[in-house]
Structures are given as C-alpha cells and as structure tokens.
Design a protein around this ligand. Structure first.
Ligand code: NDP
Length: 327
C-alpha cells in the first residue's frame, strides 16, 4: 500500500483526495518507479478541481509529472536504481500519475534524469519548465540569438513564464516580463527580467498591427495577449505559443504573418517525441541557473496538493510548486 492523490467521479460527484492505495491496482507498464517528487502544473489544477475534462479515466492518480528511482523494470533500457523523469504522455489524464508514492508506466515514456539534476530540481522544472525550454529551442531554431532585441515572456509569474525568463536571461537575451502581478517586479528582475510590464497592456482586443517591439515571444496565455504579441513582433520574428491561461481563443488577423513575415510556433510537450524531450532536458541541466530555480520554487507535501490545485487556477501560485510525495 502507498499514498496517492486519487481523483474519483461517480454518482457522488467529482472529488480528489489523498488515500492509501494498493500497488496491484496500478496500470500496466514495464517500469515501476518509486516517486520522490511531483509538481502542480496548471493542468494538474484543472485535473484536481475537475474544471476541465483533463482526467478521462476514474479512479486515477493525479499528476502529469514525476521524478524518482526505478524499483523494477521489464525493459532493458532501465534497471532498479536508475533515476528517471516523466512528463505528459497522458499520465495523470488517462494513466495513473505522479502525485503518488509509486507509478507504473511504459518505458518509452521515461527520460533518464540528466547528470547534474536532482529529482527535486527535475520537478521544480516539471512540465512547465520543460515546456519553457521547448519554446526557447523553437525560437533558437528560428534564428533567435542574444542581442537581436527584446524577448517578451507572458504569464511571467507562472511556471512556464518564470522558467522562460530565467532561461532566456541566462542565455543573454533582454527579457521583458508581462504580468498581472506587478508587485512581484523585484522577483521577476531577480530572475533576469530587464523590464516588467502590466499584462493589461496586452490582454484587451488590439489592432491587427502594432509598433514592432519583440524579436521573439514566449506566450503561455493565449487569447488577445497572443494576438497582440504577434501584432507587435518585429519583421521576421517568431512567437512560441504554449498556453491558454487567458483563453483558448486566438482573436488575431493575418496581418503580422503576411506583412511582417512573422512565424507562430505551436509548442506541445505532452506527446513530444523522445528525440525532442531528451535534448530539452539536457539543455535544462546545462543552461538553467539552479539557484534561480530554487528561488522560484515552493515545496509542499502531498496533503497540500488539492488546495494547490485550486490556488494555481486562481493565479495565486508564484513560480513553481514542487510536491514531496513522501512528506
Ligand atoms: P501557471 O498558472 O503557473 O501560470 C499561468 C500564468 O498566466 C499566471 O501565473 C498568470 O501570470 C498568467 N495568467 C493567468 N490568468 C491570466 C489571464 N486571465 N490573463 C492573462 N494572464 C493570465 O501555469 P503554467 O505556467 O503551469 O502553465 C501556463 C499555461 O501553459 C497554461 O495554460 C498551461 O495549460 C499551458 N501549458 C501548456 C503546455 C504544452 O505542452 N503546450 C505545457 C505546460 C503548460 P501573471 O500572474 O504573471 O500575470
């Protein structure tokens, strides 16, 4: 038996709570992992509260991410004692996930933890940080290099935003952070933001084309914010879109695409191939300032995860929440 945050949906309604569960009830998979840390992403908030139909199989252990140590493996790529990280693949949605002391998953879904990162740091990064890295990699492939101009990061105090700022500033870019919490400006500057702007400047309906401001953009917000970010991107620049914190809609015009030749990259972390994930994790291990990662991370125990799910949707979480599932 072990502890897990179980999501249930039946005649009594939708609910989430920590329970003792039986290892025999874990889903099929080649690798059994002793989970050390998990995390609360925006999507975990949706799953825990039931605000969006993220969980599609019941009962299910929540948690789209985990990091831990292999306990047993039927796959030659992993052996007992290996340290691994998992992000996405429908774990915490249709397959029991990481907000639990154990998880059994497919070997194909696991990434060996890169040298230099602890399991706690891997979950301080989590899907949010790994997605921020995917955004940065897309912009680099586009040709973004330090010195080319301001890079806008929206949802700056969120998980994706905080890690994106830290990464981009560490790589030598001039970062402008857009936030609704301007009172956190000093924190964002400590992460590396050169400038902090009020998200209200971007979140209302705007013009098809605006003043050319951004060499590139990392957007975790969507909706009018993404439309305005595109409208303000410089000729030939690029926008990496990964989130929908403001909305799923994209009320934009084609003007920035056909008149300024900008490129919009869609970023998906969940089903990204291992050939995309592994380099992203290697780059995180190499490029992310771990002292700054620590400064943007708060640790909670498994019993606090349900409340944290509500808090993240309400925009009350700053940076990243790491969950010690054994606490
Ligand atoms: P967080 O909740 O940590 O961050 C989201 C941030 O967005 C908030 O902190 C807030 O930043 C800002 N925000 C919230 N509401 C609004 C609003 N109404 N208008 C404008 N800004 C708003 O979430 P994550 O960082 O974990 O995830 C961010 C987004 O990215 C989510 O939509 C998530 O689903 C998506 N995502 C997508 C992935 C993919 O594979 N494509 C992977 C990971 C995340 P501030 O307070 O600074 O304004």
């Amino acid at each position: 038996m072990f502890k897990a945050l179980v999501i249930e949906k039946d005649d009594a309604g939708y609910r989430a709570g920590v329970q003792q569960v039986d290892e025999a009830a874990l889903p099929d998979g080649e690798v059994l992992v002793r989970v050390e840390y998990s995390t609360i992403n925006y999507k975990d908030g949706l799953a825990i509260t039931g605000k969006s139909p993220v969980v599609r199989k019941f009962p299910l252990h929540a948690g789209i991410d985990f990091a831990g140590t292999v306990e047993a493996s039927e796959d030659a790529r992993f052996k007992a004692g290996d340290r691994v990280v998992l992000n996405g693949w429908g774990v915490g949605e249709t397959h029991s996930g990481g907000l639990a002391q154990k998880a059994r998953v497919k070997a194909d879904w696991l990434v060996p933890l890169p040298e230099g990162l602890t399991t706690r740091q891997a979950m301080a990064i989590g899907t949010a940080g790994y997605t921020a890295m995917l955004c940065v990699l897309a912009l680099e492939r586009h040709g973004l290099a330090p010195g080319m101009g301001d890079v806008l990061v929206t949802g700056a105090n969120g998980g994706v935003g905080s890690v994106a700022i830290t990464l981009l500033a560490g790589l030598g870019h001039r970062v402008v952070a857009s936030t609704g919490r301007t009172g956190e400006a000093a924190h964002l500057q400590a992460l590396g933001a050169a400038e902090v702007m009020d998200r209200a400047e971007l979140s209302a309906p705007g013009k098809p084309l605006g003043k050319e401001r951004w060499a590139a953009v990392v957007d975790s917000v969507g909706s009018h914010t993404l439309a305005n970010a595109c409208a303000q991107t410089r000729y030939g620049g690029a926008v990496a879109a990964c989130g929908l914190a403001q909305g799923l809609d994209f009320p934009a015009s084609v003007a920035p695409f056909i008149l300024r030749g900008i490129t919009l990259y869609g970023i998906d972390s969940v089903m990204a191939k291992p050939s995309v994930r592994m380099p992203a994790w290697e780059r995180l291990a190499r490029d992310l300032d771990l002292a700054k990662l620590d400064a943007l991370t708060t640790e909670i125990g498994l019993d606090e995860a349900v409340q944290a799910g509500t808090d993240i949707l309400a925009g009350r979480v700053r940076g990243r929440l790491v969950v010690d599932v054994n606490r």
